[in-house]
Each structure stands twice: as C-alpha cells, then as structure tokens.
Write a protein that binds this ligand. Structure first.
Ligand SMILES: [Fe+2]
Length: 238
C-alpha cells in the first residue's frame, strides 16, 4: 500500500474487498465477545454513527454524523503508524487520525501496530459521546500545552491507561472502556483474566509506568467515572 503524499488527507483510499472481509470477520467476533463487557457507550456510539460489521465504513458519511454529534472529524494518518506526539496533538483540533493500514487475513488476531480496525472499531463509537469527546480533545490540548518531555510522557501514559486500556465503573460493575481492549481479543481476554491486577485509577502512578506495546499488561486501572478522568486532564490545562 502506498501511503506516500497522503499526509492528513481527509479523503480515504478505496479499501479492497479482502480488507472489508478482514473488518467483517473481526467486527463480528468482537461484537460477540464484548456483549457483556463493553461499556454501553460503545454500542450507543456504534448505532449513532451507523457503523456496520459488514464493511469498513465510508468516512465521509461518518464525518457528517460525527460533526453534528461532537464536532470530531476523522482524517487519515497518511502513514502506516504515527508516533504518539503528532497523533495526540491532532486531538486538540477534534481530529482523530486513522491509519489506512489493516492487518492481513492470515494473521487476524495479531497486528504489530494499530490498524484501521483498532482506530475505527475501538475509538470511533466512543467519540460520538459528548463528554468523552470533550475529554479526548482536552488530552490533545494538554499535550500541546505541555512544555517538557516528562510532562508529555505523563499525558501519553494517562492516554494509554485511561483511554486505550482502561476499565470504567458502571453501577458498581467494571466495564471495558479501553479502545485497545475493545479491538483486541487477546488484550481483552488478558485484561479480564485474574492474571491482571485491576487497581483504582491513579494518574500519578500511571504517569510513571514504563509501558510496552509489545507485552500483555500485568496491571490495569479502573476509573470511577469519566468525570474523574476529566478532572485529571483539567488540572494539566490550568
Ligand atoms: Fe488507539
């Protein structure tokens, strides 16, 4: 796939039938396994955006819906993998950059880098929720505002543990909020198992973890509410 000269393009390439097929198999599997575990916002957003397990969505149509719901817009990363910095910074403008790369059918349950399935199935439904979208934008604003490497790392770590790999309490029960857990069978099974310690969310502790995208987590964090996460981000913005 040649992604040259596609930097930040809001108009996406045409996906091939075999790529839609990968989406379709994965979406079907995930919807089943998430049934009792995903935070209800995911299903609500899925419906509001008119996403379908049949094919990778048409991003022009998604952008019209997202614009009216929360003002977010999907754009292409233009590259297969974009580093933390520019990716998080774009959230400040209510832009979510999505890669156009998708894993192969031969290796359905593993992708070395986030792909369009993770970005869309994991992230987009949540961005249809006003409060969640506002917090996501604040992450971007805080990242842009942060002056030191240390502060930027703290924010990126809180993004990782608060947005990508988090749990959120709903009426006393722990539900899956993290987009990386939502989009990956292996990560979800690991996170739900007893091998993973679930700790109350602690922004300072999270900020200092030396995280790795290539190993399963041993510790994950549970948010009491989205308000808790928003308060953390608001502090950085003051
Ligand atoms: Fe992600």
């Amino acid at each position: 796939m040649n992604l040259k000269n596609r930097k930040n393009k809001s108009i996406f390439r045409k996906f091939r039938n075999r790529e839609h097929e990968v989406w379709s198999i994965l979406a079907g599997r995930r919807i089943k396994s998430l049934k009792n575990y995903a935070h209800p916002m995911h299903k609500q957003g899925w419906k509001l955006l008119g996403l379908s397990a049949r094919s990778i969505p048409n991003f022009r149509a998604i952008n019209i819906k997202l614009k009216s719901l929360t003002g977010f817009q999907v754009a292409s990363t233009g590259v297969q993998y974009e580093e933390d910095g520019p990716w998080i910074s774009s959230l400040a403008e209510r832009k979510i950059r999505v890669t156009e790369y998708i894993r192969s059918k031969k290796n359905l349950e593993y992708t070395p880098l986030p792909d369009v399935f993770h970005d869309v199935f994991g992230h987009l439904p949540f961005l249809a929720n006003k409060k969640y979208a506002r917090i996501v934008q604040k992450f971007g604003l805080a990242y842009v505002k942060a002056k030191t490497k240390k502060d930027k790392l703290k924010i990126a770590n809180n993004w990782w543990y608060g947005i990508e790999f988090s749990f959120l309490k709903v009426k006393g029960k722990i539900k899956v909020l993290g987009t990386g857990l939502i989009s990956s069978e292996g990560e979800l099974n690991n996170a739900l198992s007893e091998k993973v310690e679930k700790l109350p969310y602690d922004a300072d502790m999270v900020g200092k973890i030396n995280r790795s995208a290539h190993k399963f987590h041993k510790k994950l964090f549970v948010l009491d509410s989205l308000d808790q996460l928003e308060k953390i981000v608001d502090k950085w913005l003051k």
